[in-house]
Design a protein around this ligand. Sequence first.
Ligand SMILES: [Zn+2]
Length: 404
Amino acid sequence: MEGKMPVFLEKHDQELMRKKNRMLVFNSIQQHHPISRTDIARLSGMSAATVGRVVADLIELGLVKETDQISGGVGRKATMLELNLESIMTVGIEVDRNLTKVALVDLSGRIIVENQQLIDQNEKQLDNLIDAIVRLVAEMAAEQGIPHSKFIGAGVGLPGIIDSEQGVVVFSAQLGWRNVPFAERLEARLNMPVVLDNDLKVKALGESSFRSLDVIPAETVENITALVSIGSGLGAALIMNQKIYRGSRNIAGEIGHSIIDPNGKLCECGKRGCLQTYITDLALLQEANQIREVSSLQELFRYMEQGEPWAKSIIDRACSYIAITINNVVCTYNPNSIILTGKFIEEHPGMFEAVNLKLQEFIGEHFSGSFEMFRSKLGERSVMIGAAKLVLQQQIDYGLVHKS
Ligand SMILES: [Zn+2]
């Protein structure tokens, strides 16, 4: 019987490889269409035979179509591949403490139309929130003339610990939810499949799928993107070979609760000295308020620009902690690229560079050339686009829904 085990493993590996290849080929068509099979093979490092097989799958799924075009400057006719933009539509949703954003996203990852709704305390009630989402989707679909049958699903990114397999919000401090079966509830009302995940994880998925092939050489064995976000919370997310890396309970990346001082400040998680007690906006404002009344990060930045030494010192220390965080992520995961994002980085044009400078101090010489660091490319839309991408990924992995 011993011989059976490896056969099973092999099959499992093949399945994983097939999914990985599909996503890789789809991403290269998404980024470079129209593109020939030969160019996909060159970009992805796959054999021509594998590319041919995967492309046939994607055509079968209705996601890709062939088109005759002149390729390159040679003037030779080649069969090119295009996205089948007419075939499907997805919904990308971001639910946050005060705001819910909804977008209709096409196969290329482009937002066709978007809308948002402020959520007051009352609307945090599940039914009201779901009503708002259903209404926004229906309004936008009607306005764009998109029939319901075209929608293959909706993806939702929200803050907190999410059981993505069951579609349950296990715990969200920001929303005040515990064990909420959000996917099931929304699915029943939207009448389409719904997938859920943590907002940073879908953000990372969105950002990475629009840049991976630009920066990662085909021969790279593992393609790892790490997203580090500093704002009202502190977190990270990893994309490995096109997929969200979740760990066993989907909490991989919760670096905000890594402990750096057992005698430090009390954290919302009940432990002392968590990293996030030093660098979230709340922590910085608390510190600032010991000197002067400061009510927002913007105001703190203003004091720094006016040359106030205390403001400079608070921000300088935050930059050091962020650089240390990045160093720790690099040591642990050895990513090819890091996307640095969040309010602290995005609300002041100088912070990205300030952290970059600090990195020279905190990153070991053997690690410093191992990754490139980027700003967010999709900005405020990244969660919606990433959530829509999650839906598409399910479609590509499992061929769940219809094809037209
Ligand atoms: Zn904590």
